[in-house]
Ligand binder design. Structure first.
Ligand code: G3H
Ligand code: 13P
Ligand code: ZN
Length: 333
């Protein structure tokens, strides 16, 4: 058993309480490789922003859970080396799908876990979440749960039954499970295609797709039911069109990729939403930088010469999110 406290990591409890009160959100960035982690830590250290490092099932399969855990331990030391005296870094399991995975993460130094029972019938989601909470809390590890299905607006319109989180269920769910934060569904979804073109309008000047708004009315009702309780938004990449354009003009093919507009995330950050998950935007930044270098310098074959600029681009992106979208800069001095 390795406690996250020995690794210099923190759980989400105090961080979320401060964020809800202060009207900002903590960035939760996924990582599965060294360049992403370096960029996340540099951006967080230089802006003094608390940060959540997320490890998904895919990341665990790709890079190995143990290695990722040691990378996070190294990240704390790297942050200190960069002059961040008291780094506030959380190592979080993203979309844990079983009690066993959560338990293994708690035992190996994760400070926070998500148990995602959102696809299960309500009572089974409650039972599984409760079991994970009981175990994790013994070690002061915080637990994120999910209620509602992240289907996105396009499925919401087509579906006979709403996928959004039902505000009438949240008090019962949070009380019965004892979870520390709740991921809700209000129209966001994972990946770079969050809305179908027919769900969007077109900006007459640029011809770009303009997505429909998130269900802020649902968020408001949830906030009313759970005053001050930490809410989480998954699927919150904005899919920056400048990256999509670079990718598409350098041999890539991402037609009609569209994300959540930043002004909507800014609005959400000021509410009880205190954790915003971003993964796809980092993938786009990295891919755009690498594609450009491969086109501009076809003779380049030293990975540092294309992964280095990709890392710089991701750092720029993370800083932008922290300062201009989530407002978490300066909150972990
Ligand atoms: O939840 C989705 C995250 O972006 C992780 O994606 O499972 O491909 O690592 P992944
Ligand atoms: P994006 O695909 O919008 O980046 O969402 C990431 C996420 O929710 C990770 O859990
Ligand atoms: Zn997610």
């Amino acid at each position: 058993m390795v406690s996250y406290k020995e690794l210099g990591l923190v759980n989400t409890r105090a961080m979320f309480a401060k964020a809800v009160k202060g009207g900002y959100a903590i960035p939760a960035f996924n990582f599965n490789n060294m360049e992403q982690l370096q960029a996340i830590i540099k951006a967080s250290a230089e802006t003094k922003s608390p940060v959540i490092l997320q490890v998904s099932k895919g990341a665990r399969n790709y890079a190995n859970q143990t290695l990722l855990r040691y990378m996070a331990e190294g990240a704390v030391q790297y942050a200190k080396e960069l002059g961040w005296k008291r780094p506030q870094i959380v190592l979080h399991l993203d979309h844990g799908d079983s009690y066993e995975i959560c338990k293994s993460c708690v035992q190996t130094g994760f400070s926070s876990v998500m148990i995602d029972g959102s696809a299960l019938p309500y009572d089974e989601n409650v039972a599984l979440t409760k079991k994970v909470v009981r175990y994790a809390h013994r070690y002061d590890v915080t637990v994120e749960a999910e209620l509602g299905v992240l289907a996105g607006v396009e499925d919401e319109v087509a579906a006979e039954e709403s996928h959004y989180t039902k505000p009438e269920e949240v008090i019962d769910f949070v009380t019965k499970t004892g979870c520390d934060s709740l991921a809700i569904s209000i129209g966001t979804s994972h990946g770079a295609y969050k809305f179908k073109p027919e769900q969007c309008t077109r900006d007459p000047k640029t011809g770009k797709l303009v997505p429909p708004p998130l269900a802020f009315d649902v968020l408001k009702q949830i906030e009313k039911k759970l005053p001050g309780f930490p809410i989480v938004l998954h699927g919150s990449s904005s899919v920056p069109q400048e990256y999509v354009d670079i990718i598409n003009s350098h041999g890539g093919k991402l037609p009609d990729a569209v994300g959540i507009p930043e002004e909507q995330l800014r609005k959400a950050s000021k509410s009880a939403v205190c954790k915003i998950n971003i993964d796809s935007d980092s993938r786009l930044a990295m891919t755009a930088a690498v594609r450009k270098i491969f086109t501009d310098k076809p003779g380049e074959f030293d990975p540092r010469k294309y992964l280095g600029p990709a890392r710089d681009e991701m750092e720029k992106l993370y800083k932008h999110k922290i300062i201009n979208v989530l407002g978490s800069d300066g909150k972990a001095k």
